[in-house]
Design a protein around this ligand. Structure first.
Ligand SMILES: Cc1cc2nc3c(=O)[nH]c(=O)nc-3n(C[C@H](O)[C@H](O)[C@H](O)COP(=O)(O)OP(=O)(O)OC[C@H]3O[C@@H](n4cnc5c(N)ncnc54)[C@H](O)[C@@H]3O)c2cc1C
Length: 588
């Protein structure tokens, strides 16, 4: 084995959606970062190896204006532009590009973390082996992030953890079981099918299970293979970590057995369908959860608690899978719907008893009930962005994650600036020069005043549009301008356009036109071409045109080289919408 030593500010272990967003956010805010991931492709359960779609607080588009923004939105819009064919392999490359080409971020694929070196509750270094290069690495860093899904690093480091279901009494949770137990949700192998255009046989392998219609009660099983998340095994008799190889074997037998039932049992309209892709790496739902300073619980979610130290939000129902999964014929899950989105506190995203360890993704400090909602990948992704943002700040001040809570307002403001929404929190950034400006525009619709671009909230919330919308787009385009009370020397104009946060844009393997995502395009509301002009008095001193934008957050560097007192944004076109939508304009 070759041995190498590497030193970083932050080492992130586990490149699922949470680890990816944590690593990118920290690198963008000045930390030197390594992302260590034991698979050949990024994305965890959203990668081409597993192919689960990324859901979030909008609950499949049912809650208006609730889609997660920030780094995840940037990734999904990039994917929408590049990958209208909805290929999971192409999505792998989109994720790889975002991480691999990010400055200050080194990606170690095929690299498995296996040892921690810790003293006095402080992680000094970790060891990892890269399978493809016969290399063992020693990584030293100031801070570590556990986004392994299983909390492996935290567990090895001796952090307190929870496993299984807490009793009702533990957190006074109405839907928790009377008695605590060690049961977790199980794991699943997904598969997709293909319409061959003519009848095709399926020859059942001798090792596949046999299922009857009664065995599959409550489990929809049509010809289009994707919606089989209920082929779930483990978490009761088999432990989802220790027994995961056995669980995989049982899942393979189950998948081929269920498909045999669909093809060769009573008629399921699957005569022309064949298995196209069958996963071999189970998607894991649940194992350890790590204890932080605060344990989020069902009551916080149901009461939509607004934590002072909120760093993100959730809104997916508490999606509580039945113990035993496929081995029962009970309803495979119970959805406990949440009336409003809830906030997630900073105190839940770092370990209580390891002083330089953040915890992200599905291992955050939450009860089993709260985990039922927070485990969803868009929620995991925004938690990751908050971790990266905090870690970069902690690193600047050389303080622990817990001590960084004294900078929570700065962390929150940075997150909002980077388009990570925190419900009930608004832009209060004193360094945003736009907040002093006066706004004028070419035209505005009733209820969509131009002034709203400065109201600090960058999405529609209930009846408040919080957006400027022009009255159509004239042949010359539409404009909005900021006049400053004194001259300024800005270097950046930051705009949040509308990418229609009520619509799903995630990649999905659903056959039927991806559910309600019938037109796989960049959202039509997004502004495409626009020009920023900086003026001093009536003289134009600087101009920059952006062509073919397809992102919601645009951070445009400008260099007027002399003081200015007016910024004029002229929109030439959108991606199809016949008026211009802008949520926020900031100037730095
Ligand atoms: C079948 C199924 C259906 C689901 N349905 C949905 C859904 O529809 N929508 C949704 O949003 N969520 C869904 N979920 C939940 C969601 O996928 C998970 O909760 C989520 O993936 C957790 O994200 P994460 O980033 O914490 O972990 P993961 O996505 O599991 O990523 C963690 C990564 O870390 C890597 N890793 C682990 N250990 C190490 C190590 N020692 N060294 C290096 N790397 C390591 C792993 O290989 C993994 O890729 C589903 C889950 C399953 C299993």
């Amino acid at each position: 084995m070759i041995r190498k030593e590497k030193s970083y500010d932050l080492v992130v272990i586990g490149g699922g959606m949470s680890g990816i967003c944590a690593a990118i956010a920290a690198a963008r805010h000045g930390a030197e970062v390594a992302l260590i991931h034991n698979r050949p492709v990024l994305g965890g359960n959203a990668s081409s190896e597993i192919r689960m779609h990324i859901c979030g607080a909008d609950n499949h588009g049912k809650r208006p204006d609730a889609r997660e923004t920030g780094i995840l939105e940037e990734i999904l819009l990039e994917n929408r532009y590049r990958n209208p064919q909805c290929s999971y392999s192409v999505f792998d490359a989109v994720l790889w590009e975002k991480v691999h080409f990010q400055d200050s971020l080194d990606l170690y694929l095929n690299t498995h973390y296996h040892k921690v070196n810790i003293s006095n509750g402080h992680i000094q270094s970790i060891e990892a082996t890269q399978l493809t290069s016969e290399t063992t690495f020693l990584f030293t860093a100031n801070y570590f992030v556990d986004t392994t899904g299983d909390g492996t690093l935290a567990y090895d480091a001796g952090a307190n953890y929870m496993l299984g279901r807490e009793s009702k009494e533990t957190f006074n949770e109405p839907h928790a079981p009377k008695q605590a137990d060690h049961c977790t949700m199980g794991s699943t192998l997904l598969f997709t099918t293909k319409d061959m255009g003519h009848p095709v046989p399926f020859h059942k392998p001798y090792w596949a299970n046999t299922y009857t219609e009664e065995d599959l009660t409550h489990r929809g099983h049509g010809a289009t293979g994707y919606n089989y998340w209920w082929i779930e095994i483990g978490g009761d008799k088999l432990n989802t970590i220790e027994d995961s190889e056995q669980i995989r074997n049982e899942l393979v037998k189950a998948v081929y057995g269920v498909w045999d039932h669909v093809k060769n049992g009573v008629h399921h309209g699957a005569d022309n369908y064949a298995l196209d892709w069958v996963g071999f790496l189970p998607g894991k739902r649940e194992s350890r959860r790590i204890v932080g300073d605060y344990i989020l619980n069902e009551n916080d979610l149901v009461s939509a608690k607004i934590f002072e130290d909120a760093i993100g939000y959730g809104g997916w129902p508490m999606d509580m899978h039945v113990v035993g999964g496929l081995n029962t014929n009970l309803e495979p899950t119970e959805f406990i719907y949440l009336p409003e989105v809830y906030t997630i506190p900073y105190g839940s995203i770092y370990a209580k008893d390891v002083d330089n360890l953040y915890i992200g993704g599905r291992v955050i400090s939450a009860s089993h009930m709260a985990f039922g909602s927070t485990r969803i990948m868009a929620t995991c992704a925004i938690i990751g962005q908050a971790i990266g943002t905090s870690a970069a700040m902690a690193n600047k001040h050389q303080i622990t994650p817990r001590e960084a809570s004294q900078y929570i307002k700065d962390i929150q403001q940075q997150l909002l600036r980077d388009d990570a929404y925190i419900p009930y929190f608004a832009n209060e950034d004193d360094s945003d020069l736009a907040r002093q400006a006066t706004i004028t525009c070419s035209s505005e619709q009733f209820g969509y005043d131009a002034n709203f671009v400065l109201n600090g909230i960058s999405r529609s919330v209930k009846e408040n549009s919080n957006a400027w919308r022009s009255k159509g787009i004239s042949e010359d385009g539409e404009w909005i301008a900021l006049d400053f009370p004194q001259t300024i020397n800005p270097t950046s104009v930051e705009i949040k356009f509308d990418s229609n946060l009520s619509k799903q844009i995630m990649l999905s393997a659903f056959h039927n036109g991806l559910g309600d995502q019938e037109n796989i395009t960049v959202p039509v509301e997004l502004v495409r071409d626009y020009t920023i002009t900086c003026n001093q008095g009536t003289t134009s001193v600087y101009k920059k045109t952006v062509i073919n934008n397809y992102q919601r957050l645009n951070k445009v560097s400008i260099a007027p080289c002399q003081p200015i007192d007016r910024i004029h944004i002229h929109v030439h076109s959108t991606h199809g919408c016949d008026d211009v939508h802008v949520y926020e304009i900031r100037v730095y």
